[in-house]
Design a protein around this ligand. Sequence first.
Ligand SMILES: NC(=O)c1ccc[n+]([C@@H]2O[C@H](COP(=O)([O-])OP(=O)(O)OC[C@H]3O[C@@H](n4cnc5c(N)ncnc54)[C@H](O)[C@@H]3O)[C@@H](O)[C@H]2O)c1
Length: 338
Amino acid sequence: MTVRIGLVGAGRIGGHHAGLLARHVPGAVPVAVADPRPGAAASVADSIGARAELDPHAVLEARDIDAVVITASSVAHAALIEAATAAGKHVFCEKPAGMSLAEIEQGRKAAAAAGVRLQVGFNRRFASDFAAAHDAIVAGDVGDVRLMRSLTRDPGEGLADPGAIPPWTIFTQTLIHDFDTLNWFNPGARAVDVVATADALIAPEFKESGLLDTAVVVIRYDNGAIATAEANFAAVYGYDVRGEVFGSRGMVTIGEGAQSSLRFHGARGRVATTSRSDTELLRAAYLGEFTEFVSAVEEGRAPTVGAEDAWAAFAIAEASIESCRTGERVAVAVPAPS
Ligand SMILES: NC(=O)c1ccc[n+]([C@@H]2O[C@H](COP(=O)([O-])OP(=O)(O)OC[C@H]3O[C@@H](n4cnc5c(N)ncnc54)[C@H](O)[C@@H]3O)[C@@H](O)[C@H]2O)c1
């Protein structure tokens, strides 16, 4: 069986995902790409032999499409999920699945009512080292989880356009990955409260207009575990994603930052080459999440990461924002019974 896919959003990650879907994901057949930005859809569609549309609804409602991959700007996600599910399409949506808990819950309900699958783009769950760490935790190898750490450092020497970064992006777009990873690494436990602090250290002149480029969040879980999530937007050495879980029987660590096991040995010592982007470091993880999506659609089952996970991660983001605003410890929202 094949799954005919419409891609909505032809920006940086949409272009990357289109190539992956067209050439590397078994069973995926991308047939159309939509983006209202002139020329964007055409340039991605041409590269994979699909048709281009300016109007997203021409893809969301197309009869020759089984599933929609949403890679549009985050503010558009909730409305696109609603329209796609109403048209009976299965949905893969990049993170976050909405810009508020209410939007994410609305998307979950819409998918459930339409009887379609909804997967959210928490790609780290499909990185082999993160998945092996999760397996070890679930198997009890680490024992009782006591301390966890997850971090994201985006590559670059500075920020190309600091004024264009919407307020709270570091929590809703970047640390959302770390919040999901920490939740996933502490199975069965729920985040209870957070204390967050953040600043504009890369571009301090933009702090007044809401920029935060550096953040740390301390999260307490109901099984006693204490976690730290941290992020920064400018790591000069490349894209850096790491995790650590320390428990009563041992510890797992993920993320060496090296591109491969190759080391150059020379006069300055032993040097490792680092990955320079998310699509370079996590290419196999992106491939894994789309393979999972297509398999879930083909097999008629729920994907392994869904709207509940999106909600739980966003609940930590919302509490972190409130903690930053008030300087207080803030309770993490509890999901309503579904
Ligand atoms: N999981 C990951 O590792 C990862 C990495 C990068 C980006 N993302 C997510 O992917 C999304 C896109 O990020 P990006 O870096 O490609 O951004 P981008 O700004 O490069 O591209 C966004 C595109 O969406 C288009 N768009 C806006 N509204 C639309 C709508 N209603 N319908 C169709 N297209 C619309 C824009 O015209 C633009 O071309 C964001 O939600 C981001 O959080 C996830």
